[in-house]
Design a protein around this ligand. Sequence first.
Ligand code: CP3
Length: 339
Amino acid sequence: MNDTFLKACRGEKTDYTPIWMMRQAGRYLPEYQKVRGKVTFLELCKNPELCVEVTLQPIDILNMDAAIMFSDILIPMEAMGAPLEFHEGKGPVFPESIRSKADLDRLIVADPYEKTGFVMETIKLLRRELKVPLIGFAGAPFTCATYLIEGGSSKFFWETKKMMFTNPALFHEVMEKITQTTTRYMLAQAEAGAQALQLFDSWAGILAPCDFEEFALPYATRIIADLKKTGVPLIYFANNGATLLDLSVTTDADVIGLDWRINIGEAIRKVGKKAVQGNLDPIALLLPRDELRRRIQQLLKGAEGAFGHIFNLGHGIHQFTPPDQARYAVEYVHELSAR
Ligand code: CP3
């Protein structure tokens, strides 16, 4: 078992800097496309055997130091009773968006075993196959709430902010229900065998720090506190979160995920005694190899003072990334960081 990733999460000495990439199982891999050609995205998410297959692809092909179970952050939202669709080229759609108390009353706090047993099954199957640690995940409540309230992806988050500012009590009720579901969902993942848990707050960066502190952070904080008893490392990733870093570090997360918009050395000074994960611009994988090497050197050097460092991209790998470039980055991080 290669436990380099887990050691880095805990701030223990490692033989080299471990690396994985957010959204590492996905469309940039022809092997993923082949599986996806036979089923819809949601069918894939609900088929444990196929989830295992695509989770393993980046481990085998790119030599990542951690696996992330294949699923989606919106699966537990569907389990709460919100019908979910994925439209080609448009992404997720919730046709029955949550805008009123009556809408919210239609949603339940989902039982993770009853409604998302296929996720726990995927985790159990993966643990038999994997020689690297398995990361489970969920969306942070704020990010999930934006999808439910907007009815899908958004640019200005008008409906989300409208509810926050004109009916804050209802907004907090939405967050409360999502939080309860998410806590139970992540506890179940740890029980099934997930060895680390990441909370993806992909849209936290659209908030002013004061609103993040009032409307989003308390819920992420509570989930992280409730997950502490699992004993597995907890990762909090607030995308576009450089301006929120002082607040994010107040959570009890063991690892703070960093997007690429902040200098890693500067981030480490703010993060202090927690590990950091990141933070290469995903599209920097397109750089010519000598320049890509220089970027990786800079990043590893910048992270030297970290309590622990897990190399990653600053957000998900882009769907048009040549797999060979990602593989090269992994190889070079391993080579250069060997100590
Ligand atoms: O990281 C991994 O390899 C595990 C799998 C994973 C997926 N989604 C698979 C996926 C993870 C961790 C996610 C998380 C997720 N899903 C997030 C948070 C991370 C982030 O990127 O900010 C968010 C916001 C979602 C919601 C979501 N799912 C969107 C907006 C989309 C469409 C995006 C797009 O690129 O079109 C998805 C679909 C999705 N989730 C795909 C994959 C591989 C593409 C679906 C396909 O095969 O057509």
